[in-house]
Design a protein around this ligand. Structure first.
Ligand SMILES: [Mg+2]
Length: 497
């Protein structure tokens, strides 16, 4: 009898409107800074930055350029089939944080518990049926990551794509596999993976990509003027600034001149290029080298790091020794959770800020009525299932089955709002993704772009939302704090926007 009410639930709309608290849409601000850990900017004296995708945000045009160039390297230098030339970059095919199983040619999204999110395993450009995925992993959707991958997601058989540059890499990998499968061509998975990562690396490392960006900054670099405002404001408040990047000096110099102006170096106490992160943070072997003003390498031993000079390579241990910039008075921003942030958080005790550009679009989706409706309905159904599962008579069982099916459908629908193949970078259905867990572990705060800093006072304290643990009740009233208020947009900053 408990389930007789189910009939009315199949037309959800009116009920849904009752479930949705008023004003719940458009609640989150994509320009807010979100905190995992309490941090007071007033305590931060020194701000460090990565360059690519942290200070410099690139337009999506870069992805198609990387894709096309790497594809042509495959055809021309690696002698892959000419037919690959028909494949163009597919914007929005892949998302960051996916894992790739080299032996099985599977690109997939894995959650915080190392389970594949069913429906998100792709071979080539086509989804692999759930049953096949489970079969491939010996009757389970659990992936033994620690046997297959190292801490930085670079194991022999399983790779995690964490870089924003890896979006074209994943898409190229999937396109080439698609070509081989549709043409019935046998291929070696290991060679294929290696050739594609080599081709992509050639585009970065051999400097082809740097040339495009340098040639047309306007096209490739987004909202540079806000970067100037961020850095300038920090300096005006007597903060020290430094840069640690893996990119070469001439490239960074041109980009910074474009965004900040020709005197950009005056804002920084220290600039370190070609740092070879993450080894920079873990390995003491490489000493610092100095570059002269023209960017030529000097041979002298470095006994101090001087303001206004450019250094190359080096390591964090020498950096700490020479600057004394230790512990939580330093806040370092980067976009790569492993290469930029993990070691700082786990070993060195600097505070960390993650730049996650995807936040902007994801929050815009979360703010839509459609998303709110699906999610609320999904949660209502989940609650019903939980409470009503004890009714085991034939009729009730039938209703429960229908609810489960409906819940499954809504979950897929909600997932597809973010990305039809892989969903959100932060969630696999109800769980956090593997990416999300790493984000929470390695960053004190995270935000869509460094310019979000402009929305906060330089002494602002970020308080993370006290999300209830599973055994706790949500009794406190601060559940709608972070990001739900219109951020305290500062009057003085209005002219910059
Ligand atoms: Mg970066």
């Amino acid at each position: 009898c408990g389930l007789m009410l189910s009939v009315s639930l199949t037309s959800p709309l009116s009920l849904l409107l009752d479930l949705l608290p008023p004003g719940v849409c458009n609640l989150l601000n994509p320009a807010a800074i979100y905190a995992n850990n309490e941090i007071s900017l007033g305590d931060v004296e020194i701000y460090g930055f990565d360059y690519d995708y942290t200070l410099a945000q690139y337009s999506n045009l870069l992805h198609s350029m990387i894709f096309n160039t790497a594809r042509d390297i495959l055809i021309e230098q690696f002698k892959y089939p000419e037919g690959l030339g028909k494949y163009d970059y597919i914007p929005g095919f892949a998302i960051r944080g996916l894992h790739y199983d080299v032996q099985k040619s599977l690109l997939m999204k894995i959650d915080a518990f190392h389970y594949v999110q069913l429906g998100t395993a792709y071979r080539g450009l086509k989804p692999v049926p759930d049953e096949e995925v489970i079969e491939l992993y010996g009757g389970t959707q659990h992936i033994p990551l620690y046997q297959m991958s190292d801490f930085y997601g670079k194991g022999p058989s399983l790779k995690q794509f964490m870089d924003i540059f890896s979006l074209p890499e994943m898409t190229l990998l999937s396109s080439v596999i698609d070509y081989f499968i549709t043409h019935g061509i046998e291929f070696d998975q290991v060679h294929l993976y290696k050739d594609i990562s080599d081709a992509i690396r050639d585009v970065h490392v051999k400097g082809v990509m740097y040339k495009w960006i340098e040639k047309d900054m306007e096209q490739y670099i987004l909202h540079g003027d806000e970067i100037y405002a961020v850095l300038n404001r920090l300096v005006n408040h007597k903060k020290k600034l430094f840069l640690i990047t893996n990119s070469p000096f001439s490239f960074v110099d041109k980009g910074m001149k474009h965004m900040v102006g020709k005197n950009w170096r005056d804002l920084f106490d220290m600039v370190i290029v070609q740092a070879d992160k993450p080894n920079f943070f873990t390995d003491r072997r490489k000493p610092f080298r100095k570059l002269d003003d023209k960017g030529s390498l000097q041979w002298d031993k470095i006994n101090q790091l001087e303001k206004g000079k450019i250094y190359k390579e080096g390591n964090l241990f020498d950096f700490l020794r020479l600057t004394g910039w230790r512990g939580s008075k330093v806040l370092y921003f980067g976009d790569h959770l492993y290469s930029d942030l993990a070691d700082l958080m786990l070993r060195h005790g600097w505070r960390t800020g993650a730049i996650v550009p995807e936040l902007e679009t994801e929050i815009r989706i979360i703010n839509t009525e459609q998303y709110m409706h699906s999610l609320t309905w999904q949660q209502a159904l989940t609650g019903l299932l939980e409470r009503m599962q004890m009714y085991q008579d034939a009729e009730s069982k039938q209703v429960l089955l229908e609810w489960m099916k409906e819940r499954q459908e809504i979950r897929s629908l909600t997932k597809n709002l973010f990305n039809p193949q892989f969903g959100s970078i932060f969630r696999t259905f109800h769980n956090p993704t593997y990416f999300s867990r790493r984000l929470v572990r390695f960053s004190d705060i995270y935000m869509a772009s460094i310019s979000c800093l402009l929305n906060y006072d330089v002494n602002f304290t970020f308080y993370p939302r006290r999300t209830p643990l599973q055994h706790e009740a949500p009794l406190w009233m601060d559940q709608l704090c972070t990001g739900c208020m219109k951020t305290p947009f500062l009057e003085e900053m209005v002219h910059i926007r």
